[in-house]
Design a protein. Structure first.
Length: 68
């Protein structure tokens, strides 16, 4: 699934995002609003990920949404 689809249906995906990254708050998810770069930044902030690791995690996450 591409990020345009995820962003467009963000409210549907917030539960899956929260399952995978439980440290993200409701406020975080509202602020992110499906924007990949903002989600990557929050993952870096909350989980201490390097930028590349955050991007890999997000790519893997979008692939799992395709197969679901």
């Amino acid at each position: 699934m591409n990020w345009d689809q995820i962003e467009g249906n963000w409210k549907q995906f917030t539960g899956k995002v929260r399952e995978k990254w439980g440290k993200l708050t409701d406020d975080d998810l509202t602020t992110i609003a499906g924007k990949k770069d903002q989600l990557a930044g929050k993952l870096q902030e909350k989980y201490g990920y390097a930028k590349e690791q955050a991007e890999r995690e997000l790519d893997e996450f979008s692939r799992t949404l395709q197969s679901a």
